[in-house]
Design a protein around this ligand. Structure first.
Ligand SMILES: [Zn+2]
Length: 407
């Protein structure tokens, strides 16, 4: 009997100290993060942590939290882990941040003599809290981090051509008839355009239709200024910076993709090779799109301007096999429906429920297997990338062609 009690006690202990990094929502995720940052303060000297509040018309408790853990000896490299640029994608991003803190940073399992760590938790807290990918103003923050206001003059004519498919102005429906209709229209477009050009037209971002998906806004969202101040402050003493920005939704299900904004800049590609080794970097070829105003490019550009070698990288966890036609259409359909429901509602309440559930599955699959697999891959590969970055020799600022305007 005693043995059974002991076994149960052991199981419960393992559960509470182990793998439970996924939170039930924004507030819970933030609390987990704050508990770990408080612990970091006890373990390391000179740890700084805090939060900035994102202004909102409806909610006074939306914060971007951060923790900065400086190196023990000299300030050479800084690794920035960021999550939740696309609100709802922070379920996984925040879990990975908390896992890295608890399993690697706090026990001192990552090189910390000359490398510091900065965690930016939930850059779009509104989206995380309310289950949206965009900000309170329906802006896609990864299309909003431009350098100056000319950014908002970008025209995307292909999006205009695809308006009827991407932003229907009537109540949303999750019936099979609507699905078939969407599928038919999408296939018609695939017959007319190459996949690469369609992806560019759809996901490249647009600045003209506030009620459309991938809308980059007409001005900077307040999140940018708030994050920029934190970045500049903590990156100041460093020579080299690596940003790992967590996202979900694109690519092969349950697979960790390295998916930066495409670059052909030789120096950046050389740095990628040294840090990420043979891990595939998916960015070149006609199936990939580029977009202006993404967070990671902004970070790299802004810090290069300060004379640092700054390397941007998106870490993306695939959910619906968007690399296949079927997965790409399903992903697009779920995004369009969620947005349509937000603006025009649905005729039947159960449609709204189903649309939101499908949207959540796209960015945060409920399957336990998906979650543990994402965690497993991150645990294997990220520490290796960070060790490579730690030993990277840099000579001076590298300004990739694609981010030249920013640096
Ligand atoms: Zn994303």
């Amino acid at each position: 009997m005693l043995r059974i009690f002991f076994a149960i006690f052991l199981m419960l202990s393992v559960r509470s100290f182990g793998t439970d990094f996924y939170a039930s929502g924004y507030t819970d995720a933030r609390q987990k993060f704050r508990d770990l940052t408080a612990q970091a303060k006890l373990e390391f000297e000179d740890v700084e942590f805090g939060f900035v509040t994102v202004p909102s018309k409806t909610d006074r408790d939306l914060t971007i939290d951060y923790v900065y853990i400086p190196p023990k000896d000299s300030t050479e490299g800084l690794v920035i882990f960021s999550s939740g640029v696309h609100g709802v994608e922070a379920y996984a991003g925040s879990a990975m941040q908390n896992m890295l803190l608890e399993e690697f940073i706090l026990p001192g399992r990552l090189p910390n003599q000359k490398t510091g760590f900065l965690f930016l938790h939930s850059i779009n807290p509104y989206g995380f809290k309310y289950g949206r990918r965009v900000s309170e103003n329906s802006v896609d923050l990864n299309r909003n981090f431009g350098v100056d206001k000319s950014h908002f003059n970008i025209k995307n004519t292909q999006f205009t051509e695809l308006q009827h498919l991407l932003m229907p102005d009537k109540p949303a429906s999750s019936s099979w008839v609507s699905h078939i209709k969407f599928l038919f229209q999408a296939l018609m477009q695939m017959g007319k355009h190459s996949v690469g050009s369609l992806k560019q037209g759809i996901a490249g971002g647009q600045y003209e239709y506030p009620k459309g998906i991938f809308y980059g806004g007409r001005d900077f969202e307040p999140n940018q200024k708030l994050v920029e101040e934190i970045l500049i402050k903590f990156a100041k003493p460093y020579k080299k910076v690596l940003n790992l920005d967590f996202h979900t939704g694109f690519g092969k299900r349950g697979f960790m993709h390295l998916f930066p904004n495409p670059t052909e800049d030789k120096e950046i590609l050389e740095l990628y090779k040294k840090i990420f080794g043979n891990y595939p970097i998916e960015q070149i070829g006609e199936d990939f799109y580029s977009n202006e105003g993404d967070f990671s490019t902004f970070v790299a550009g802004r810090l290069t301007k300060e004379g640092k070698t700054a390397i941007p990288m998106l870490v993306e966890y695939g959910t619906l096999d968007s690399q296949t036609y079927r997965g790409a259409i399903a992903s697009l359909s779920r995004m369009v429906l969620e947005n349509q429901n937000y603006w025009y509602g649905t005729r039947r309440p159960r449609d709204a429920r189903r649309i939101q559930e499908n949207f959540m599955e796209l960015f945060y699959p409920s399957a336990e297997g998906w979650r543990s697999e994402v965690e497993r891959q991150t645990r294997i590969h990220l520490p290796r990338f960070i060790e490579n970055f730690d030993s990277l020799e840099v000579t001076g600022a590298v300004c990739a062609e694609e981010i030249r305007s920013a640096c």
